[in-house]
Unconditional design. Structure first.
Length: 178
């Protein structure tokens, strides 16, 4: 995957989910690494929020590191069901989409399914998605992989896009990973 052709879609990591999804603090920790690492590498980030007037905003920890926080409000489970989301993807022009957030078996799965059907290459970090129940997350990861998504990990994604320890960004990225 080329970092000049990638976009991160951060799906529905909202206040209401933070206390109920499996290992929510671990998820936030991994997403902070992912978001900051990809922003250092120049990868754009698109943020969605599921019915934010009822479910709240993106968790503060993530809002505080997002360089351009303008979330897309949606009601459809799939981000692809939002005209604004599709317009942002078109404007960015990336062909590779990294999808992370909650819940793996609902919004993440449906978004990945629709992105793949639209011809995008999709990466899903196993440690960048979760659900309320571990089994739902695990089955969703398997289902997404069966559809053609590449299931990977946060560190693997960031270093894959970095490519070389000689890159001037290596020390900054390494600081995030430690």
């Amino acid at each position: 995957m080329d970092r000049n052709d990638a976009v991160l879609v951060l799906v529905d990591v909202q206040d209401c989910f933070s206390g109920v999804v499996h290992e929510s603090s671990y998820l936030i920790e991994r997403l902070l690494i992912l978001v900051q690492g990809l922003q250092l590498l120049g990868v754009p980030v698109v943020v969605t929020e599921q019915v934010p007037e009822k479910l709240g905003e993106t968790v503060e920890a993530l809002q505080s590191v997002l360089t351009d926080y303008h979330p897309i409000s949606k009601s459809s489970f799939s981000c692809f069901g939002s005209d604004e989301f599709r317009a942002q993807l078109d404007a960015i022009g990336a062909k590779s989409v990294i999808v992370a957030g909650v819940e793996a078996h609902v919004c993440i799965y449906q978004t990945v399914r629709d992105l793949l059907a639209a011809g995008y290459t999709v990466q899903v970090p196993h440690d960048g998605v979760t659900s309320q129940r571990v089994a739902d997350r695990d089955w969703a990861l398997q289902a997404m992989q069966n559809l053609g998504a590449n299931v990977t990990g946060v560190e693997m994604l960031v270093t894959d896009l970095l490519e070389d320890a000689a890159d001037p960004l290596f020390r900054s990225i390494l600081g995030l990973l430690k």
